[in-house]
Design a protein around this ligand. Structure first.
Ligand code: KG4
Ligand code: ZN
Length: 327
């Protein structure tokens, strides 16, 4: 075995470890803290960092065991340096630095959003990644549109308030459903036979997006007596996804690019996937469902393809969390 990477992701509420051989994932183990945060209706950073430190060593052991390698086989460490919660990032970084120091192996610092942008290509060779593409990152922390040019990304727009994932989570909470709201509301919307209650799509100019107006609209409607909740959820999902689709379509025309890459937890959404797939004359790159949410496989994969392409250098033990890091 050669070029073995151990990758660590702790930016939010998933303690995730992946082992790769060259650019191929040979193990991925994730401890999701969803159950522990569900009672609060969202992620509590202090609780998250405590759980990361309680579970990270067990998850590392599980990933190592599952991959069939031993610690001595590890050639390099990759870790999410930001963006994310400062305290949760710091746990992964401290463990990564310790491994790098003890094993005397190089340490690589990976951007979490960039990881999502490459999650559709995990286990694919570098030549299968389009050089030019429109990239949509839709998650609990981000709703961003970027233009990919080789290894560079230029942000052309994003939300000015809530991210789309946050809107799903808050609407779910207010309507009395669980956390995280995305999969629950997606499931209700796609299975309900109730009539859709129309909701407004934000009309901000350019590539600016907003989800607070839609969220308030749904909150206000939900206070009405006898409101049909399932119809309202269906209307919310249609409007939430339509905003993303309109911006992607605009970028396809304006930038004359016909590759669209999507990543982040919301890329699991069934309506978003079907709407993107029905846009004519474009190629859509969607992550496998297991790689849509936060995971260390995307961190390891991105580090491995960058190392292979000479696009990244190791960092030293001064590495610090960068909670607000941009692309
Ligand atoms: O990427 P992710 O795991 O964490 C962040 O980096 O934020 O994204 C989590 C978000 C949550 O807000 C969750 O509700 C949303 O992704 N999500 C979905 C779906 N599955 C997860 N939103 C809409 N539809 C889904 N099927
Ligand atoms: Zn994420």
């Amino acid at each position: 075995m050669k070029n073995i990477t151990l990758a660590i992701e702790t930016s939010c509420d998933d303690t995730s470890i992946s082992i790769l051989e060259d650019i191929e994932i040979i193990s991925l183990k994730t401890f999701s803290q969803i159950k522990q945060h569900a009672k609060f209706g969202g992620v509590i950073p202090e609780v998250a960092s405590r759980l990361h430190s309680d579970f990270i060593f067990k998850i590392i052991e599980e990933a190592i065991e599952d991959s069939g390698i031993s610690f001595e086989d590890i050639d390099r460490i990759a870790v999410t340096g930001g963006p994310g919660f400062a305290n949760t990032l710091q746990i992964g970084i401290t463990v990564a630095k310790t491994l790098s120091l003890i094993l005397k192996k190089p340490l690589y610092d990976i951007n979490h959003i960039e990881g999502h942008a490459y999650s559709a290509f995990i286990n694919k060779t570098i030549d299968q990644i389009p050089k030019k593409a429109i990239v949509l990152i839709a998650s609990g922390g981000h709703s961003e549109i970027l233009i990919k040019n080789e290894w560079n990304f230029e942000k052309i727009g994003g939300t000015k308030d809530d991210s789309i994932g946050e809107a799903y989570d808050k609407v779910s909470k207010v309507l009395g459903y669980g956390y995280p709201g995305g999969p629950i509301l997606d499931n209700i919307s796609s299975t309900t036979t109730e009539d859709e209650i129309k909701c407004p799509v934000s009309t901000l100019e350019g590539y600016q997006m907003s989800y607070s107006g839609l969220k308030s609209h749904v909150f206000n409607k939900s206070k009405k007596n006898n409101i049909n909740k399932e119809g309202l959820i269906k209307g919310f999902q249609t409007a939430a996804i339509e905003q993303l689709i309109l911006k992607v379509k605009k970028a396809i025309i304006e930038f004359n690019i016909n590759n669209v890459i999507i990543g982040g937890g919301v890329s699991a959404n069934s309506l978003l996937r079907s709407k993107l797939n029905s846009i004519d004359n474009i190629k859509v790159y969607l992550p496998k469902l297991k790689y849509t949410g936060d995971n260390a496989a995307m961190i390891g994969y991105l580090s491995a393809i960058k190392i292979k392409s000479n696009k990244i250098k190791p960092v030293d033990l001064k590495l610090d969390a960068e909670p607000r890091r941009k692309m």
